[in-house]
Design a protein around this ligand. Sequence first.
Ligand SMILES: C[S@@+](CC[C@H](N)C(=O)[O-])C[C@H]1O[C@@H](n2cnc3c(N)ncnc32)[C@H](O)[C@@H]1O
Length: 434
Amino acid sequence: MAPRLHILSPKRNKRLQTGWEGFFPYYAGFPELFARELLQSARLPRGAVILDPWNGSGTTTYVASDLGMTSIGIDLNPVMIIVARARLLPPSEADHLRPLAATILSHAHSAPPTLDSNDALLGWFEPTTAAFIRGIEQNIRRSLVGSMTKSPDGIHLDKISGTAATLYVALFAACRKLVAPFRSSNPTWLRMPKETEARLVAPQITVARFFADNVRGMSAALATKLDADLLIADTPRAGECKINLSDTASMRLDAGSVDFVLTSPPYCTRIDYTAATRIELAVLGPLMSTGARALGKKMIGSTQVPSASIEIDDKWGKTCAHFLEALKKHPSKASGGYYYRTHLDYFDKMSRSIERMSDALKPGGRAILVVQDSYYKDLHNDLPKVISEIGVKHGLNLKRREDFHLRSMSDINPGRRTYARPSGATESVLCFAK
Ligand SMILES: C[S@@+](CC[C@H](N)C(=O)[O-])C[C@H]1O[C@@H](n2cnc3c(N)ncnc32)[C@H](O)[C@@H]1O
């Protein structure tokens, strides 16, 4: 019999994000401790492969590597590929970061690039500020993103070095700080300035200081990790980890190649995962083969209407079908149109992704999914139940479900004020076996 998993609450706690972790303040499905307890209690055999198909900021791959396990992380957002890659930087690299950053800054100072008139940074910054930021980015790319990562179809982000990824994360954080005036009350949303609004101007010294401060902080946090590692005599060697840029609805994984899945799929709460990383996507502009809007459309949970018409599928299960029928008939504006179509898109992509994930799992393998429910107006979208049914339709058995009540919902769904509905949300940990 498979060992019983130790399941802690998957509730995120900002206060726990300190030290090295503090530099990765991206929306995470669950905390590091949750993943650590779970993976340790699974007592997986040596060489077992762990997969997170929606790896985001890379909590699963980080913890798996720390425990010496082999892992694969997938995400469609290039920003998340870089963030997850940076998080894996070995503490032994701590000393190299600062001299590298100093060289990069001095090159950017002496020769700021001529800016392309379409540069996405111009969305927020005045040309001189944008040019200096682009200069830093270009120098990270030139000095660290070797020819290994370049191919005729662009840059292979999957192969980017941990050091380059870390310097990108330091630049992301500097830009996030600069664009703070455009943050809204929704923490996952950064707005674009209006046509008439002035773009931001920051002197080179300010941009350089923000970047250098981040690099210094990251280097110090890594060095602290190194000290802690040395105290633990039997620290396992980090396992191999692959971070791949891919769309889970069409990803190709070898059948039966994965022992254990630990993941938190995109929620159906209108979180736009690309809007949350707009400024980072602007920094990465020259490395991207798809524009931010096209990328947003491919995301599960996209707020854009799908191009193709989609029909309810039997593989989505009964709960999903009932929910969609009620949503289509809902009297409120745009329910039967825009909202119905974006929900169809969500479940279609989700079902196709779970099918691929299930195919990749070995017989006897396990898949742990952290899923949150939500409301559409007064309609309960019981996503844990829907995902359970989709899993079963694709050959998985639901073995256990643990529910945790959250006081607030990560939700920008309409109707929060107009309709009576319970406060908070339920976050469920679904444990499947194949
Ligand atoms: C809930 S977050 C995962 C959080 C992750 N557990 C962490 O620790 O940060 C969901 C992730 O799914 C990604 N995503 C959305 N649609 C995707 C798709 N079609 N293929 C792959 N990844 C996708 C988003 O970019 C986002 O990073």
